[in-house]
Ligand binder design. Structure first.
Ligand SMILES: [Zn+2]
Length: 436
């Protein structure tokens, strides 16, 4: 049960990085085994039921399986006290064997990169390794970071290396389609006033980037009855080379968009055969079907107005032979959307109307789309006239921002094709200070 430690190493002395550490007592050669992690094998539920201190002794060894100290008296024998460093000298040779990545001198602290074995359950941790390549914050999903995957290739825990091999990737150059938008958050100067480094690529377009891998994996089946829930965490800027990755998790895909520095800009979960969120069939007649006001008559987007608004519907016809400019903008080449004979409407194009309906009904300052959960209920084919209807599900405040949750339905002549939970910040925290 106890971990094994090389006689050339000593654990538990005070560390300059954090708490107690693991140190080389004498020189250790590259490739030499430094330690073998011990503990009890438990499943994830058992792990999460343990006291926090004991959970800290854990390493994952396979999907759903962990090595951990189960009792207080096992804590010391199981712990290696190996600290994280963004420039580590110890990596994994298997799931439990830790080996020197380079020659280590006597007295040096032995460190590993937690990305080499760590898992998403871990809460973000500030890094104090002090190395030139320090990434500042250590997160449980760092194992997906493209630069780390390249830099530490061959030193990842075996089960993470397996995950890497299952990861599907798609790289593209982001393009801000909204520079002429009425939403000034896509304008470089306005976005900078709100603390962003340039105009934001619209969330609906980042959503379109996320669609590529599920659409490739599942084709029309996904768009006829699947779903995708996406959250936009951090801006994507015009010209960024972004990397989209998808990890198969059971029948689902767990997706991420990262910017060139490795920051996670968006996360999503896509499913081809989702559990029904609510079993009721969707009837578009349950949504308001009036017309939006004239542009100049739109009331300002206040909490009061949105709470009581009867939102007017918007409509558009999908024309397969007119789809190319949109598909070019969102960098989409799949024949599913390009083939003019059997092309279906792109889910990112359809999601744009969830934005349109908000803009058509209220006058907004700079605003930000933050989240969408789309349940696909049917295909939209060439010539289909799609009407988008919405009602306000909630208006709320968080962190000084004011949010609106829309419950959106899209239908073609009464046949529902999508139901969307669409969330936006309609008033940014600093809107008053910076309003002109
Ligand atoms: Zn660091």
């Amino acid at each position: 049960m106890s971990s094994w430690l090389s006689p050339k190493a000593r654990k538990g002395d005070p560390s300059g990085i954090a708490g107690r550490g693991l140190f080389a007592r004498e020189p250790i050669a590259a490739g030499e085994v430094v330690a073998v992690k011990g503990g009890h094998l438990v499943d994830t539920a058992t792990l999460l039921a343990l006291p926090e201190r004991l959970q800290g002794s854990e390493i994952q060894v396979a999907e759903g399986l962990h090595l951990v100290a189960r009792h207080d008296d096992e804590y010391e024998p199981v712990m290696l006290f190996i600290n994280h460093s963004c420039e580590p000298n110890v990596g994994f040779a298997g799931n439990t064997v830790l080996a020197a990545m380079r020659d280590v001198a006597a007295g040096e602290e032995l460190t590993t990169d937690y990305a080499l074995f760590d898992t998403p359950a871990t809460t973000p941790m500030a890094c104090s390794c002090g190395t030139p390549s320090c990434r500042g914050t250590i997160r449980g999903d760092d194992w997906r970071h493209p630069a780390l995957r390249a830099r530490h290739a061959g030193w990842f825990s075996r089960y993470l290396a397996d995950r890497h091999s299952r990861l599907r990737s798609y790289e593209l150059e982001a393009f801000n389609t909204a520079t002429a938008s009425t939403n000034k958050i896509h304008d470089d100067d306005v976005a900078r006033r709100f603390g962003f480094s340039g105009g934001l690529v619209p969330g609906v377009d980042v959503y379109a980037y996320l669609c590529h891998l599920p659409a490739q994996a599942w084709d029309e089946r996904w768009l006829a009855g699947g779903m995708m829930a996406a959250r936009f965490r951090s801006p994507v800027y015009d010209g960024d080379r972004v990397l989209v990755t998808a990890l198969p998790e059971g029948d689902d895909l767990d997706l991420e968009v990262r910017d060139p520095t490795g920051v996670v800009c968006a996360v999503a979960r896509a499913s081809v055969a989702p559990e029904l969120v609510d079993g009721d069939p969707v009837d578009p007649d349950d949504w308001p079907s009036g017309s939006p006001p004239d542009t100049e008559d739109r009331p300002p987007a206040t909490a009061e107005v949105l709470r009581t608004a009867d939102l007017g519907a918007v409509a558009a016809t999908f024309r397969a032979d007119h789809a190319a400019p949109y598909l070019d903008d969102v960098r989409e080449d799949l024949p599913l959307f390009r083939d003019q004979v059997r092309a279906v409407a792109h889910p990112g194009w359809l999601l744009r109307f969830a934005n349109s309906i908000l803009v058509a009904n209220v006058a907004l300052g700079p605003w930000i789309h933050t989240e969408s959960t789309v349940r696909f209920l049917g295909l939209v084919a060439d010539g289909d006239h799609v009407e988008t209807r919405a009602r306000v599900a909630a208006v709320r405040e968080r962190g000084g921002h004011q949010y609106v949750d829309l419950d959106v339905v899209q239908h073609v002549a009464g046949r529902p094709v999508a139901r969307i939970a669409h969330t936006a910040i309609f008033r940014l925290r600093d809107a008053d200070r910076d309003a002109e």
